[in-house]
Design a binder for this molecule. Structure first.
Ligand code: DOR
Length: 418
């Protein structure tokens, strides 16, 4: 078993929706009628928590629904996900937040709806964060767009601070990002594709770190993709900013070289970066500069991807493959779980119900992870309604075997139970 308190050998007994007993070493007496889930060669852990999933409902049901997205999440070992608000309509009101919560009743994992920072993600006026916070939103973001107006961002941080919620920042300065569709560099010139420079991210990271220090608000930086962004976070934290930062599995594992074949499955915002950036992100995840791995699971239907590279929608699937991709980076399992379970749970205010220590009385939101399991990714076999995985045909080592959500085995031996 592995949780934030360490790693040990134990049996875990779940009764109803809570952990009833944890053995101190030896096996537990098995109550009559108990269902036994085999964890041989694997680890029982708090369920994974994703700070960044596009479940697409309402309005994008041809790409994903809350039902298919949460099934993908449970199969990936997740017991909770934060649903991004760039839906149609956007989650800019209590009504849409309530609708997402309503659609998530009976889902295979917990869904925490995020609200937008600005009304309709249009970047002009603040959304009513207070009414959404009252419905349970804890994270506010215009994800997909950066908030371009610095004064509006300052106000958002001030309001968020008063409400005790987190602003999650999609850092891209629009005039620099412009119509770029891959990382700007020698390769984009060679391929004849407009580039999206690293600096389009970094100037907004620097701006918002300064605003976080000014306001004292909690700031979370989404999907950081460059070495300089991480260095800015480290410096701002040392200077007192209350900042957390995430990285995606794809920015940890994939590089801009993949765009050479012009396959739109490798188009994503921010774009896949240079090898040196990727290596810096892995090092920052290992040494604690980055707090969380978040999937940015971004399903798109075939018609949005089967077009030219520049015309394609940005985004890739991530929920079912995230553990295998991150397990392949060679970090200790305790660190992998820190960045995929208890640290993101704390950022989203989902702890200790999710990500908390596995102790008697704790809600049974658990997964059983097999770090040695070899499997080949096949988009057609994924639970997501979309197929845009960048790992098609790749072998991953590491997979969730079972997932328990509120005590119910929702995934058993890699199969969803409903
Ligand atoms: O590639 C991306 N896709 N980046 C984002 O920020 C948004 C996302 C989406 O919604 O498809």
């Amino acid at each position: 078993m592995v949780d934030a308190t360490g790693t040990r050998r134990a049996d875990v007994l779940v009764k109803g929706d809570v952990v009833a007993e944890v053995s101190a070493g030896g096996p537990l007496a098995r109550p009559a009628g108990a269902v036994v889930l085999d964890a041989e060669g694997a680890f029982v852990a708090p369920g994974l928590v994703d700070l960044h999933a596009h479940l697409r409902e309402p309005g994008g049901e041809e790409a994903e629904t809350i039902e298919t997205g949460t099934r993908a999440a449970a199969l990936g070992g997740y017991t909770a996900v934060v649903a991004m608000p760039n839906t149609s309509p956007a989650a800019s009101s209590a009504a849409v937040v309530r609708q997402v919560l309503h659609l998530a009743r009976g889902a295979l994992c917990e869904v925490q709806p995020a609200g937008t920072v600005t009304e309709g993600r249009a970047g002009r006026t603040l959304a009513n964060m207070a009414e959404m916070a009252a419905e349970g939103a804890r994270i506010f973001t215009d994800d997909g767009n950066g908030v371009q107006d610095a004064a509006l961002m300052r106000r958002a941080l001030e309001y968020a601070s008063a409400l005790g919620v987190v602003v999650a920042d999609h850092c891209e300065e629009a005039s620099l990002a412009a119509n770029g569709c891959m990382n700007e560099g020698a390769l984009s010139s060679l391929l004849g594709l407009p580039g999206r420079p690293a600096v389009s991210e970094e100037v907004m990271v620097l701006r918002d770190l300064a605003l976080a220090r000014l306001t004292g608000a909690r700031l979370h930086l989404l999907h950081l993709s460059t070495a300089a962004s991480v260095a800015a976070v480290v410096a701002a934290r040392a200077a007192g900013a209350r900042v957390t930062a995430e990285v995606t599995p794809h920015h940890l594992a994939l590089e801009d070289e993949l765009v050479k074949g012009y396959d739109p499955v490798f188009k994503v915002n921010p774009p896949l970066r240079a090898a040196s950036d990727r290596r810096a992100l892995v090092a920052a995840l290992a040494d604690g500069a980055l707090d969380a791995v978040a999937t940015d699971h971004a399903p798109h239907p075939p018609e949005a991807k089967q077009v030219s590279f520049c015309d394609a929608a940005p985004g890739m699937l991530g929920l079912e493959t995230a553990f295998g991709v991150v397990a392949g980076l060679g970090l200790p399992l305790q660190r992998v779980l820190a960045v995929m379970s208890w640290q993101p749970a704390a950022i989203a205010g989902l702890a200790p119900a999710h990500g908390g220590p596995v102790v008697p009385g704790a809600p049974a939101n658990l997964c059983v992870l097999d770090p040695g399991r070899r499997w080949v990714v096949r988009g057609a076999a994924l639970a997501s309604r979309s197929r845009n995985t960048p790992y098609e045909g790749r072998e991953l080592v590491g997979r969730a075997r079972h997932t328990l959500f509120r005590g119910e085995p929702v995934v058993v031996a890699e199969e969803a139970q409903r």
